[in-house]
Design a protein around this ligand. Sequence first.
Ligand code: FO1
Length: 306
Amino acid sequence: MKVAVLSGGVGGARFVRGLVELLPPADVTVIGNVGDDVEVLGVHVSPDLDSILYALAGLNDEERGWGRADETWNALDTVSGLGGESWFRLGDRDLGLHLVRTQALQAGVPLSAVTRRLAQSLGLETTLVPATDDTLRTWLDTPAGTFPFQEWFVARGHRDEVDRLRFEGAEDATAAPGVLDALAVADVILIAPSNPYVSVWPILAVAAIRGALAQRAVPCVAVSPLIGGRAVKGPADRMLARMAGGTSPAHVTDCYKGLIDAIVVDEADGDELDGLGDVRPIVTRTLMSDEDARRRLVEAALAVPA
Ligand code: FO1
């Protein structure tokens, strides 16, 4: 069974790991968000692609949720001691990857090709492809002003309520090589339990990707990132409450209007299944606390008949 999965960072990376624990890794293509990419200290960071790379390679820091395990911070301490920019924490091991990526990008290698090389070097069989090779950046309108994603998320600790999002560059962005092919050959398309607004919408902002989902010939199944109407981590619940008017499965489903056939929701939300229209609910335990839990969730998402 060939699977294409749209994924953001932390929750998405855990889900993708569950997928490749269940299926042959080479049968899975991950289409990753680049809306929160950032240039910092002269290096290009692709946090969501890296969360997936590290999770699949078993190098990720489980507790922190981003970056590498066994990390040290000597370079950043030096930067900070010299009065440099240290709000976005780049660990020593992580930095090595950013250096390699940045050099390749500066030499004109597209992000998708760099990502393929990185994945191969880390021994991955799964295909990881950015949604686009073009520059696409998420901006958020808040009562305190308009911010680029990482300034809002990291520097301001996502404390500002969000009224609107804008995906700069999306209008002209084309899908990266491999994205549309993966969607065309997939037996099922999945949307990982990532924040719909900041992780999945930037992927769907690429018209060709949204179009491919809208015209899909196979089931598309989203996994809700909420449990009991609350985000496991991050601001998804606050964003849904403010922009969609609530945090029920129907509010999550509405983020993917016309694009999904089923939604996997947690047992804690199983009593709130009104308003889903023709989107089929799949109720299970969705917290990915360990390998067994990840497997159960992936099995539930894949159990949708064509
Ligand atoms: N998140 C933070 O909250 N603080 C950081 O300093 C930070 C640094 C960082 C460096 C590399 C990387 O790949 C991710 C990093 N993240 C950090 C996580 C990242 O900002 C978000 O988790 C994603 O962009 C949201 O999906």
